[in-house]
Design a protein around this ligand. Structure first.
Ligand code: 4AD
Ligand code: MG
Length: 451
């Protein structure tokens, strides 16, 4: 009798009869032997089919199975010092479960056109690189949940259908809800604030939607955000929490994602350097640095830097930072950098103004290295009822929709704040993936709605 085992557990079954269930990932061989490479999701194992033991007819039948055919393979697990797993199977019988002919993705051929591969995303995700990225995503999620659980945060789910905008009306997805307009949530933050006043510390973890017209390597229209919201937490504390969490995620992945990072040929030193403290620079200081860098890069003989120089400070003074600005700043450091106190005019209505200089908001963006850009956006919230009413008016938002939110300032308001971490951009950075669309199983972008 053979027992079914997952490939990762085969090492414990050496010299016994086993059954492996999986897919035919690759194959080679000659006229007397087939070497089948099987994948079951937990690992890869080589199954050796010998014509002299299995017979001519069976040998020929197995030789015709196409890539990604699913099968049950029965045989003896034997030690194999040359393979990573340390085990191979000497096959006595193969039972075909699901035939696969003319699999549309060529094994081992290097990523030719990502959009073409994304057309068959449901199949492409069986290949090593996409699997490695999605496995890292799963570990990043686990790290984040553990991080907050260890620190006594309450997991707090916000609604997806929402009657009001959180992050500006220009990127709202509108839907029809029994005859009334409704929006897909851009952020769970406003609800998280209600939670923070009930529980002290909460974390919202959910899908968010932005009708982004941007076609960049950082933008999705549907992505996942992790949003801690904490009573009594002010800007410095928000920055402390952000850097502690990013260091935790990097350490977690260094510890648990080695095989995946290896498949992706990730330079581990980029993660090892993610140690607190991270640099903290104000928006005003950043403007000065960018002006210097613009001049410096313009004189450079490196064509990439020259091009970057042209794009630096394109938005003009007092405006939000552009992608080139973020890249130029992050190039100066080997870890994420925190930029705080942007002009309040370019930031969201709920951000508290700096009492020392109300032209600026008590906010922070955390910029990841290697051109990934902003992975965290956060702020201390406006906790005064009257100031918040002013902000809602200035931003021309519908006051009725925010009555419940204003209640939070009427009944026991306290200083509070938090941030949103973009899951996909974080995975993009950790895994060293060029485009964010590869960091979610089925991406949604301005140009992609299927599969
Ligand atoms: O900076 P954002 O817009 O902040 C908020 O939504 C706040 N309400 C969060 C809070 O304070 N609770 O978005 C937060 C993060 C960004 O830093 C980025 O990582 C990610 O969400 N993000 C996107 N990721 C992929 N595609 C997009 N279109 C994204 N827009 C934002
Ligand atoms: Mg932002």
């Amino acid at each position: 009798m053979s027992t079914w085992a997952w490939i990762k557990d085969l090492k414990g079954a050496i010299n016994s009869d086993v059954e492996v269930r999986g897919w035919l990932h690759n194959r080679r061989g000659n006229k007397n032997l087939h070497f089948l490479q099987l994948r079951d999701g937990t690992g890869f194992v080589q199954a050796v089919v010998d014509k002299s033991t299995i017979g001519d007819a069976e040998f020929e039948r197995i030789g015709a199975y196409g890539y990604e055919s699913s099968m049950k393979v029965f045989g003896k697990a034997v030690e194999d010092k040359r393979s990573k797993l340390g085990v191979e199977i000497q096959v006595s019988r193969v039972e075909l479960v699901g035939e696969s002919k003319d699999y549309p993705i060529q094994i081992s051929k290097d990523v030719p056109n990502i959009e073409k591969l994304l057309d068959v995303r449901h199949l492409w995700m069986r290949s090593p690189k996409p699997r490695a990225i999605l496995k890292i995503r799963s570990e990043v999620i686990q790290a984040i949940r553990q991080f907050y659980y260890e620190r006594d945060y309450v997991c707090f789910d916000s609604p997806i259908f929402t009657p009001n905008a959180c992050e500006g009306t220009s990127t709202l997805f509108e839907t029809e809800y029994f005859g009334n307009p409704m929006y897909l949530s851009q952020s769970g933050q406003l609800y998280g604030e209600a939670g923070a006043l009930a529980f002290g510390k909460v974390v919202v973890f959910g899908p968010t939607f932005r009708a982004e017209k941007s076609k960049t390597r950082r933008h999705l229209t549907e992505f996942w955000m992790i949003e801690p919201e904490v009573a009594w937490l002010e800007l410095d504390g928000i920055m402390d929490l952000a850097e502690e969490k990013l260091e935790y995620i990097a350490q977690w992945c260094l510890k648990r994602c080695r095989p995946e990072l290896e498949i992706l040929e990730r330079d581990l030193s980029k993660l090892e350097s993610v140690k607190r403290p991270f640099p903290r620079i104000s928006y005003s200081e950043v403007q000065k640095v960018l002006a210097q860098k613009k001049d410096e890069f313009a004189k450079s003989s490196d064509p990439e830097l020259k091009k970057l120089s042209g794009d630096i400070l394109k938005n003009g003074p007092g405006d939000d930072l552009g992608a080139a600005d973020e890249t130029a700043i992050s190039m100066q450091y080997d870890r994420p950098v925190m930029i705080h106190r942007y002009p309040s005019e370019v930031k969201a209505f709920y951000m508290k103004r700096d009492p020392k200089d109300p032209r600026f908001a008590l906010c922070v963006d955390v910029i990841a290295p290697e051109g990934v850009g902003e992975i965290i956006g956060g702020a201390q919230r406006e906790d005064s009822h009257d100031a918040l009413v002013e902000r809602i008016k200035e931003h021309k938002l519908p006051m009725e929709a925010f009555q419940w939110y204003l209640d939070l300032r009427k009944y026991g308001t306290v200083p509070h704040g938090g941030f949103g971490l973009g899951l996909e951009r974080t995975v993009q950075w950790i895994s060293g993936t060029h485009h964010v669309r590869e960091t979610i199983p089925f991406p949604r972008t301005i140009v992609r709605m299927s599969p």
